[in-house]
Design a protein around this ligand. Structure first.
Ligand SMILES: Nc1ncnc2c1ncn2[C@@H]1O[C@H](COP(=O)(O)OP(=O)(O)OP(=O)(O)O)[C@@H](O)[C@H]1O
Length: 370
């Protein structure tokens, strides 16, 4: 799949932009603070309806303006269709084929995007929320029902945490509501966990040979899912549900004492191993980077297998962070088959033929010159 055209209005430092992209490699080049990342962010927003760097939609609207609009024309499975996102004080509107989609799960997944930015290199050693966000974003774009369960789960989790705090302060509060919320939370936690297990199994399958290749056949990568309950990765929804129910009963007093939900997918994590050693704890920075790169490349293959087409790849200022060997591994992978956007301050030192054949876009103060 690829993005044919992009139209932007009042987004970050872009007042107005209307560009046509190459279906292979597009290099976005410019000095610092000119709008390279903003352009990548616009594409990310078009795919996921939210930014990769801020949860606050207001920041995305150009200063002094009251709305921002991003339109894209996408080609997927030989069909061409428009996508549109409008942000304003009233919230956000997402249109697919000119029709407003009220449920995120009906919109996300129309355009598949994989982003690789310097902060993704901390996927392995950074805090657990980075890894949970990674799973949620990737699973969400290949399985709309995952987004539905995640949205419900997060809503019920907030209510449950609020109630636990109330009971913590006042033990007289009726606990019937807690039972109701616990049951509802379990109903959404279980499909989330079941899908994450399946996703992890596929990710592992794709990431292992990639990591082995990048490490010049020296390192075997393994990824383990670390849930907050004792459950097998092959367990089905029903089994997961009954384990959650039992565990919630066991820890009820502890949860009230702490005033928060102590188990569930919002507290799970991934553990990375190289040659059976935990990379988070024992890995060198190089090993951690290789593992992060392998996982990103695996994600591309995984989407190809699930969706039938390669996603659009955004490489935001990340090439200069990789050494020559990792850089050429990455560029060999995308060569000729994946529409890629590369943002950089300079192409000096990057001699790979993929970039020589690329379309160049120069960014200056929120304007793009070809
Ligand atoms: N809401 C906004 N309205 C107007 N301008 C904004 C808004 N948000 C950010 N900017 C401007 O966008 C510019 C930053 O652009 P961007 O983050 O894309 O930089 P960049 O070209 O990727 O630079 P670097 O190479 O340093 O990462 C800054 O000049 C900033 O002031």
């Amino acid at each position: 799949m690829h993005i044919e055209k992009l139209k932007i209005k009042n987004f970050r430092n872009y007042s107005q932009l209307d560009i046509t992209f190459d279906d292979k490699v597009n290099v976005i080049i410019g000095e610092n603070a000119q709008g390279k990342t903003n352009l990548m962010e616009a594409i990310y927003l078009l795919a996921f309806t939210k930014s990769h760097r801020t949860p606050r939609g207001k920041e995305l609207i150009q200063w002094e303006q009251d709305y921002a609009k991003i339109e894209g024309r996408i080609t997927k499975r030989s069909q061409s269709f428009p996508l549109e996102i409008v942000l304003s004080g009233k919230g956000k509107k997402a249109k697919l084929n000119r029709l407003e989609q009220r449920r995120l799960s009906d919109y996300i997944g129309a355009l598949n995007v994989v982003m690789f930015a310097p902060e993704d290199l901390t996927l392995v050693k950074g805090p657990p929320q980075i890894r949970r966000r990674f799973i949620d974003m990737e699973l969400g774009q290949i399985q709309p029902s995952y987004i539905y369960h995640l949205g419900q789960y997060q809503k019920i989790l907030r209510q449950r945490n609020h109630l636990l705090k109330q009971i913590q302060r006042n033990h007289q509060v009726d606990r019937t509501m807690l039972d109701v919320l616990t049951e509802q939370l379990t109903e959404h936690a279980s499909p989330l966990l079941e899908r994450r297990f399946v996703f992890l199994d596929l990710l592992r399958k794709w990431a292992r040979p990639i990591h082995y290749g990048i490490s010049r056949e020296l390192e075997k990568l393994d990824i383990e899912y670390a849930p907050t309950i004792d459950v097998s990765e092959t367990a089905e929804k029903g089994t997961i549900e009954s384990i959650y129910r039992k565990k919630f009963q066991e820890i009820q007093e502890k949860e009230i004492e702490r005033g928060t939900t102590l188990i569930g997918p919002h507290r799970d994590d991934l553990i990375f191993y190289v040659n059976h050693k935990n990379v988070q704890t024992y890995g060198s920075q190089g090993q951690q980077r290789t593992a992060a790169l392998s996982v990103k490349l695996a994600e591309i293959e995984l989407i190809y297998n699930e969706v039938g087409e390669y996603p659009v790849l955004l490489l935001d200022d990340v090439l200069s962070e990789l050494d020559d060997f990792r850089q050429s591994h990455l560029l060999n992978t995308i060569q000729g088959k994946i529409q890629t956007f590369v943002s950089t301050t300079s192409v000096k030192g990057i001699n790979h033929e993929t970039l020589q054949e690329a379309e160049l876009f120069r960014v200056e103060d929120g304007k793009v010159f070809t």
